[in-house]
Design a protein around this ligand. Sequence first.
Ligand code: GTP
Ligand code: MG
Length: 242
Amino acid sequence: GALAGVVEYRNVTFAYPGAESPVLSNISFTARPGQTIAIIGSTGAGKTSLLSLLPRLYDPAEGEVLLDGVPVSRMDRADITRRVALVPQRPYLFSGTIEHNLRFGKTEATDQELWEALQVAQGDEFVRAKKNGLGSRISQGGTNVSGGQRQRLCIARALVSRPRVYLFDDSFSALDVATDARLRTALKGITADATVIIVAQRISTITEADQILVLDNGRIVDRGTHQELLETSPTYQEIVES
Ligand code: GTP
Ligand code: MG
C-alpha cells in the first residue's frame, strides 16, 4: 500500500541483557516513506543500539517499535527482514562470489539489477575491473576486498533486496567526501519512495535530511533540520565544529 514503510519508535527504553542502566531512554520518532531521518551523536551515544531494535536484534524493555502500525514484537524476523534492510556498521561479507553476496536472500534478482545496485553504491568499477566480475570470489569476512569496497558491496546488497526501509549504520564514513556525495545522489533516486534512516559521523552526509535526531547518552536531546539545529542545538553545534 501507499503507506508501507512507516517506522515508529514510541517511548522506547532499552538495556542490554544483564546491563544495569539503559543505553536508550524514552526514544520517540516517526520515519515515513520518502523521508530521510538522520541520527547523529558521539561514540557510545546509542545509535547502533537504536537501529538494532527495528530488525529485532534486541527487544526493548519498555515502549514499542512499530512497522506500518504493527509492533515488531508481534512479527517474526523473516517478515521484518523482507521489508527492512540494515547495512551494519561493520559490514559483513561471506565466503562465496560477489554475486552470491549481493543476491543474499534475493535469488530472483537479475544480473542487470545487481549491476544497477553496484552502480548506485559506487562499486561497479572495482567489480568490473576484476577478471571474473560478479563471479569473483570473496573470502570469509571479505578480507580480500578493502573496507570501503566491503561497505559498497553491503550497500549494494541492501539495494538488491528492495526493502521498504533502509537502515544505514555509518555506511558512508569510509568513503571519501566526493564518493559519499555521488553515492547519496544516486541513492536518492532508487530510495525515493522508501524510508531511509542514516546514522552518520560527517555532517555533510546529513545536511539534506528531513529530520536529524541528536542522540546524547541514549536520549534524543534535540531534533530538527540542519538549519534549525544550527540555530537551536548546542550539542549539534559542537558536533559541527568538531
Ligand atoms: P559508535 O558506533 O561508536 O558511534 O557508537 P554508537 O552510538 O553506535 O553506540 P552503541 O549503540 O554501539 O553503544 C551504546 C552503548 O551500549 C555503549 O555504552 C556500548 O558500550 C553499549 N553496548 C553496545 N553494544 C553492546 C552489547 O552488545 N552489550 C552490552 N552490554 N553493551 C553494549
Ligand atoms: Mg555504532
